[in-house]
Write a protein that binds this ligand. Structure first.
Ligand code: PLP
Length: 450
């Protein structure tokens, strides 16, 4: 792409430093300028329309043109554009959303604490775990177990629980309180001839071994996404979550479940905890909570987690944490309306109903000579691409994603896979459109490599 002087692309390069890019490449390539959105589509500044196959960043459940959210935001801005939840103050939207979340929660929860991003929520949940251990007189019980390829954000504690090298390298992470156990992706880490059941057993054995090596009395919590998203849509093998929970219970280790991607219908149930029968002590939510129309995240905690923290705040005199935007009234009002839309339109049911078609289309595409295999649950899926024999890791998936963008579909290339997580409002016909385009993109890549 040639970039004209003073064009919007040139000004972007001149003034903005972007996240998650090679900054030197960006200085030359610039980015795709998205100007508007409607339903499952976004449109660029040249008028080209794309299916947003990743719902933005795995987040825009209700689609890009939901007027009700704009109207609620406007009304809340006019009534009370900002107030905080510090220092014995509160406001209606945060109270209403907290109540709704407690009622929706997949297990009995006691309290909700609002933050503005998935990273902030996980970071604070880690701080709360430490605060709680101190409250319980267990100052040595502080370590947190994350998983290789797990993603929990990029702030210092959350980024340390994340198990992706690129989020650690040169940032002096992870903190040494964070340790990582094996990634339970059978398709990537199953050994030749190893059954899925044996793989699960090995993953659980690795976890037990790590706990023994570190000392069970030093470990406070285990963190996991029910399905790893940013690691490449890595679906857990059968029996994994049952086994993990048994081990954690045995060693008195808390379970923090990060449903930042999975929450609010992505797996065909309101929460993936229901899909996989997971009973968390702490549940971290974001993204689809507000369809990302405004930044919002939430930490839900059970009473066993909350009570020692409340006691400690009483001993010290205050819970010494909070953000200016914690429970922001416009964000929580939008979150509340967004969840009402998800319920009224039964978008969770839509995901459950379309799961079969969504996964069947991906599975059929896995037969393409360029592809390797497919995986997914609900409306979250990935197609693994065969690596180029003469390329760098990830080149083949990037080539497919680029060809697909030409075809008018945005997806996300992660490692050797292309990932899909469309808005929950997608229809069966639109799934066909998206995957017909993927078929053509695979053909293009195959033709270029022939
Ligand atoms: N946790 C999970 C599972 C995520 O997928 C993400 C972001 O993709 C985060 C946490 C971090 O959220 P944020 O980017 O809002 O900080």
């Amino acid at each position: 792409m040639t970039i004209a002087p003073n064009s919007i692309e040139a000004r972007d390069i001149a003034y903005q430093m972007h996240p998650n890019v090679n900054l030197r490449t960006y200085e030359k390539s610039g980015g795709l300028v998205i100007e508007s959105g409607d339903g499952i589509y976004v449109t660029d500044n040249n008028g080209k329309r794309y299916i947003e196959g990743l719902a933005g960043l795995w987040s825009v459940a209700v689609g890009f043109g939901e007027k009700r959210l704009a109207e609620v935001a406007k009304a809340q801005m006019e009534k009370l554009p900002y107030y905080h939840t510090f220092a014995y103050k509160t406001h209606g939207p945060s109270i209403e959303l907290a109540e709704m979340l407690i009622k929706l929660a997949p297990v009995p929860m006691s309290k909700v604490h609002f933050t503005s991003s998935g990273s902030e929520a996980n970071d604070l949940a880690a701080k709360m775990v430490w605060y709680r251990s101190n409250a319980l007189g267990k100052p040595d019980k502080k370590k947190i177990i994350g998983r290789i390829y797990g993603y929990h954000g990029v702030t210092i504690a959350a980024g340390s629980i994340t198990g992706l090298p690129r989020n650690h390298q040169s940032f002096d992470l992870p903190l040494d309180r964070m340790v990582h156990t094996s990634c339970p992706s059978y398709v990537h880490f199953g050994k030749d001839g190893e059954s899925e059941a044996d793989f699960t057993k090995r993953m659980l054995g690795d976890l037990e071994e790590l706990i023994q090596r570190e000392g069970p009395e030093t470990i406070a919590a285990f963190w996991g996404e029910p399905v790893m998203g940013a690691g490449g849509v890595l679906v857990p093998p059968a029996g994994y979550w049952e086994g993990v929970q048994e081990i954690l219970r045995k060693h008195d280790i808390l379970l923090v479940v990060d449903e930042v991607i999975c929450g609010f219908g992505r797996t065909g149930k309101m929460f993936a905890c229901e899909t996989y029968n997971i009973k968390p002590d702490v549940l971290v939510l974001s993204k689809q909570i507000s369809s990302s129309y405004l930044p919002l995240s939430a930490i839900l905690m059970n009473d066993n987690f909350y009570q020692p923290i409340a006691d400690e705040s009483d001993r010290i005199g205050s819970f010494g944490h909070g953000y200016t935007a914690s429970g922001h009234p416009v964000a929580t009002a939008v979150g509340l309306e967004n969840l009402k839309i998800i319920q009224e339109r039964d978008l969770v049911g839509n995901a459950a109903q379309l799961e079969e078609k969504f996964l069947a289309r991906l599975k059929a595409l896995a037969e393409h000579p360029v592809a390797h295999s497919s995986r997914g649950v609900g409306l979250l899926g990935a197609l693994e691409i065969k690596p180029f024999a003469d390329g760098k890791p990830g080149d083949a998936a990037l080539a497919v994603a680029a060809a697909l963008q030409e075809e008018g579909v945005i997806c996300r290339a992660v490692m050797e896979a292309v990932c899909f997580c469309p808005p929950l409002i997608i229809t069966a016909e639109q799934i066909d459109d998206m995957f017909d385009a993927l078929g053509r993109a695979l053909d293009t890549v195959a033709a270029k490599r022939a």
